[in-house]
Design a protein around this ligand. Structure first.
Ligand SMILES: C[S@@+](CC[C@H](N)C(=O)[O-])C[C@H]1O[C@@H](n2cnc3c(N)ncnc32)[C@H](O)[C@@H]1O
Length: 223
């Protein structure tokens, strides 16, 4: 199926509700607050961070003021144009159209203190291992991840309804979602991250369940 979802197909020229917490059920609004506090605490004072899947640029005002340089990448033309609007307000940001699978050819080794791949962006990519291997090469300290937590489908279904995403089908066992416009969205448990860490040579530094709807994992590059 062609992925038109992140090109804004479901929303025409109207606001892209899935990336605006104003439209979320309360538990997801609270998850976003908790994620923000956790990530701010870690990245504050960094020289350079990478926001993978920058989306509409929602996170730019949250993290760009805390760091010297903030680079956001996305493989959607629509998202790159949305996030680029923040350039007029933040002189330390760059927004680039790139695919996560090519980042090791775009940036030098250990270019970023931290790479952020938040709000289930990892659950949208073709191959998590290739994605994490790329981030491992270009990151110095750690990769910060949040994804949907498997086992809480009722709440997640409510989120899709609130933001107006029309589902095509759901693979029940893995809770993998496919929308009519081509969105692929997976959900995870800690065991999945243990496997990813093993396969990529990354180390789980910390992890936390957020509001029973998402999971936060920090994968460290070195010891
Ligand atoms: C769930 S959204 C999260 C957006 C943003 N991080 C946030 O929290 O608001 C996932 C974003 O990742 C982008 N994306 C998906 N697959 C990608 C890939 N392979 N390479 C780069 N960006 C990708 C999508 O276009 C979308 O903007």
């Amino acid at each position: 199926m062609v992925n038109n979802f992140f090109e804004g197909k479901d929303f025409n020229k109207e606001e892209f509700k899935p990336l605006n917490p104003r439209y979320y059920p309360k538990v997801y609004q609270d998850y976003i607050k908790e994620e923000t506090a956790l990530v701010q605490q870690i990245v504050r004072g960094s020289k350079r961070i990478l926001d993978v899947g920058v989306g509409t640029g929602r996170m730019i005002p949250l993290y760009a003021p805390l760091v010297k340089e903030y680079i956001g990448i996305d493989n959607s033309n629509y998202m790159v144009s949305q996030a680029s609007k923040y350039k007029k307000d933040f002189s330390n940001i760059k927004i680039l159209k790139e695919n996560i699978e090519d980042l090791n050819k775009v940036f030098p080794k250990q270019h970023f203190d931290y790479s952020l791949i938040l709000w289930n962006t990892l659950g949208n990519v073709n191959d998590e291992i290739i994605a994490l291997q790329n981030l491992k090469e270009i990151t110095k300290k750690s990769i910060l991840i949040t994804t949907f937590l498997r086992g809480h489908w009722d709440k997640r279904k409510e989120w899709y309804e609130s933001v107006g995403i029309e589902l095509d089908h759901v693979e029940a066992k893995t809770e993998t979602v496919h929308s009519k416009s081509g969105l692929l969205s997976r959900a995870y448990v800690l065991e999945d991250f243990k496997r990813f860490a093993k396969e990529t040579g990354l180390k789980i530094k910390q992890h936390k369940i957020l509001l029973d709807v998402c999971i936060f994992v920090e994968l460290a590059i070195g010891e």
